[in-house]
Design a protein. Structure first.
Length: 122
């Protein structure tokens, strides 16, 4: 796989990580601070927040980027390389939302990162 990583494939891969992570983070921001809202009131609150729409736009962009990426790499490699999104989201969740990274999660981040590196260098 490593020799198959053309500049276009790398660009699409990085773009996929960015828009997927951006979408997840935007959805988290949209769902945060619901206060005591419940049911439909909670949904109206989230629908009024721009973060929800940013998240949806990111997901549309990610869908298109992912299709382009998968058109250039084997599915098994693409899915494994796409796993780095989990790492990016966990780290960004820690930085932006102060979410806890327990030792087992850090171990998971390390293992996923090693796996992605092995596939990328293969």
């Amino acid at each position: 796989m490593g020799s198959d990583l053309s500049p276009l494939v790398i660009t699409l891969w990085v773009l996929n990580v960015l828009v997927d992570s951006g979408g997840q983070l935007a959805f988290k921001a949209a769902a945060s601070e619901p206060g005591d809202r419940d049911g439909m009131e909670r949904w109206r609150f989230m629908l009024a927040r721009p973060w929800l729409w940013v998240g949806l736009a990111c997901y549309v962009a990610e869908f298109l980027v992912w299709l382009a990426f998968l058109s250039l790499v084997p599915l098994s490699d693409g899915v494994l390389l796409g796993s780095i999104n989990i790492v990016a989201i966990m780290i960004l969740g820690r930085v932006l939302f102060r979410e806890k990274l327990k030792p087992m999660r850090v171990a998971g981040i390390v293992l996923v990162s090693i796996g992605v590196a092995v596939v990328g260098l293969h």
